[in-house]
Design a protein around this ligand. Structure first.
Ligand SMILES: N[C@@H](CCC(=O)N[C@@H](CS)C(=O)NCC(=O)O)C(=O)O
Length: 202
């Protein structure tokens, strides 16, 4: 029995949806509607006292945080290709996982959240971080097909959704050909589920 506590527009949840699909793992989804505050109910806080999705419950094992869930899933069900265990490779992957929750989230995800959820923010500050995130991605992807190693790893999954959805933050990828080519490569991976356009009905 496997359940993903999910919010459809969330890129962090999408990382888990992608990985579950790529590993061919069945699961059920329970929507936690963040716009209705369902992340603050006592029942949800039992699963994650940080008030955040995604949470995965896998045969009674409760894991919150998208990066933690990716590590768990690939190690439990996907072998070592997605997350090898030599020190240098792990450090390289960890660098991109950290980037995904810093520049990618605070720049790319929040640029999108400002638009689709109409969230008040310091737009200049958020866009400055988004520019850094895109510059770092473009520079790395000009020299390599994948972020951390010479093959796809959880680093690519962790950085994909908010880069794929950045058009919804009114930021164009026209000047970032290497990022666009990488997004297409990620979407071509077997079992990949592309980030879907935001649907306000949720
Ligand atoms: N670093 C966490 C961040 C999770 C996160 O920010 N989740 C957002 C949705 S994308 C959330 O649940 N926000 C609700 C809230 O903060 O009240 C992860 O990668 O899972």
């Amino acid at each position: 029995m496997r359940t993903l506590y999910d919010f459809p527009p969330s890129g962090n949840c999408h990382k888990v949806r992608m990985m579950l699909s790529m590993l061919g793992l069945e699961y059920e989804k329970r929507t936690i509607d963040l716009l209705k505050g369902e992340q603050n109910t006592p029942a949800f806080l039992e699963l994650n006292p940080r008030h955040k999705v995604p949470v995965l419950v896998d045969d009674g094992v409760i894991i919150s945080d998208s990066a933690a869930i990716l590590v768990y899933l690939v190690r439990k069900y996907g072998g070592k290709d997605w997350y090898p265990d030599d020190a240098e490779a792990m450090a390289e992957i960890q660098k991109w996982l950290s980037f995904s929750v810093n520049e990618v989230f605070n720049g790319l995800a929040l640029s999108r959240a400002m638009v689709i959820f109409n969230r008040p923010m310091d737009a200049d500050a958020v866009h400055k971080i988004a520019d850094i995130a895109l510059a770092v991605l473009e520079s790395r992807l000009k020299e390599s097909d994948w972020l951390a190693l010479d093959r796809p790893t959880i680093a690519d999954i962790a950085c994909y959704p908010y880069a794929a959805a950045i058009g919804e933050g009114n930021i164009s990828l026209a000047a970032y050909p290497a990022i666009r080519a990488w997004l297409a490569r990620v979407e071509d991976l077997p079992g990949c589920v592309a980030m879907a356009p935001y649907q306000p009905a949720h």
